[in-house]
Write a protein that binds this ligand. Sequence first.
Ligand code: X5A
Ligand code: ZN
Length: 663
Amino acid sequence: MGTALLYHEDMTAARLLWDDPQCAIETPERLTAALERLRRRGLERRCLRLAAREASEAELGLVHSPEYVALVRGTEALDVEALRELSAQYDAVYFHPSTYHCARLAAGAALQLVDAVLTGAAHNGLALVRPPGHHSQRAAANGFCVFNNVALAAKHAKQSYGLHRILVVDWDIHHGQGTQYIFEDDPSVLYFSWHRYEYRHFWPFLRESDADAVGRGRGLGFTVNLPWNQVGMGNADYLAAFLHVLLPLAFEFDPELVLVSAGFDSAIGDPEGQMQATPECFAHLTQLLLALAGGRVCAVLEGGYHLESLAESVCMTVQALLGDPAPPLPGTLVPCRSALESIQSVRAAQAPHWASLQHQAMAPAPSPGASSLEGRPLPLLPREPAYKVAALSCRPSPPICTAVVLTTPEATLCLPPGVVRQEEAAPQEEAEAWARPHGALAQGEALTVLGKVLCLVDRILDGQVGSGITAIPAPALAATLDVSIRRGLFHGAQRLLCVAVGQLDRPPDLADDGRTLWLNFRDEQAAALSVFHVSVPLPGATGGFLSCVLGLVLPLAYGFQPDLVLVVLGPAHGLQDPQAALLVTLLRGPAGGRVLALVEEEPKPQLAGILARVLHGEAPPSLGPFSAASPEFTQALGHLRGQLEVHWKMLQVAGEAGDTVLS
Ligand code: X5A
Ligand code: ZN
């Protein structure tokens, strides 16, 4: 088990044999650069290496017409002049005598990757292939693509494994119109694509790339297009697209498999995309997708033409597939106006088809002066200097072990390898000093646990341990949390996010100075008591839980950029195990994986084990059938977001506040 990496050297054979500026960027070096970097980073040897095989003609027939396959087969025997003539019949395509072999290997690699993941030989994986696939259609090559590798993989998963719900995420910067055409009337394949569009002034200049193309017939609502109408989209824009468009629909869809058309021309430096997202962004996107489909994510390379940016982004994707924590996103995260307009338009176009977008009446956002919250400036990181592609340094991989503090024997928890027991503790006198204000911690087991927790907080902040879980006797939970927050701040955390679920009070004498952000889910009215103190009602339905997590918790968490996240499951937290697992999984993103979970050791001692596994990079289980949030809940949440979005820009879902009301 682990991450599969598919490749075959023969795929470097095809290359452009004549002068054609449009096609010149699709080179063999794209593959060698990516593979080289994976080797240099020690990532290749952590993967399960599989050699690609050729797809059979019968397999190609899952998507392509026999005549088209025969035509491509025929190119093996053509001379350069004939190749050039045939290529000219398609838009942005070149053929080489090796193209047929390469394209069959590319398709075969995608099929084999699906086989590896669906047979359980691997958890997830990446196929490094060329030619790419997502522009290819039933009987046409297009945009460097010959066979549609990802569409073939989806058809294969349906046909050979009987899957009913497959999500295709196309993060390449071009619209995969080929994939869209192949599945536009098929409700078993949800196709999401974002793409440079510029109001149809960018290749492939199609009307059907816009947000109002939503599929047809039974497939209505299963095509999701997010057109970018400006260049320069960055990490905040991509993240907002995932949190506010893709992920709500994806969780509602509940896929059995996720296929990624993983093009990296959407990354900074790419001559085609002209976007600004940094390589780390792809680690976050991958990590977010791993929360779906039990982590069965198959990424297949599409575009990506800036070799340095491509190589680095591929490494980030593989690291995330391997379960490593994602490096924090550089810079402040504020989506741009144009991105928000695009997000708003696709949400409006999809709202009739998805329960998770309904009743999202957007309360007019208060103008800064009208906000009930003080206009306190946010302690955000200074803007970082412009990203220098050439100056990327070799990053050592961080220590990623997860430590647990338990009073019960871990045998009952089936902890995976790599999860260690935290034995080291702060000296007794020190623990006593920190415990002093709290009677509940004065002695015995609670004090022993506290000594270990103090040490664990330090070790996470120092990077010696990736993350941790502590099971605490119920009477000591609130006090241990209070001390953990103080210890984190004392030990150098600049910003500490606390997500408290259940009846837990914010420590009363905690300064509201922007160093802590306190988010509490409890049986109460939604309320923003300050910019850094937010209370949300406990959602009953899975839909309500998801809109809280995707629409509120993660935008706040990513906007806050904490050094440490404390997740506390307290009295009457009401979360089912899969919900708790999902919350903890997703909170790894904003803090470089530095999460400390505090749970009550009773009544569910096995919860600590479940959380240990997800903190260690295992995929959370599915939430089960989707149930829509009540309109009242959605409205309360929307109101809260309206109050907070003036300060927390990642909450925004519309370009022009309040000018659209979805019903
Ligand atoms: C796979 C891919 C791009 C074609 C661009 C043509 N194709 N101008 O990125
Ligand atoms: Zn592309």
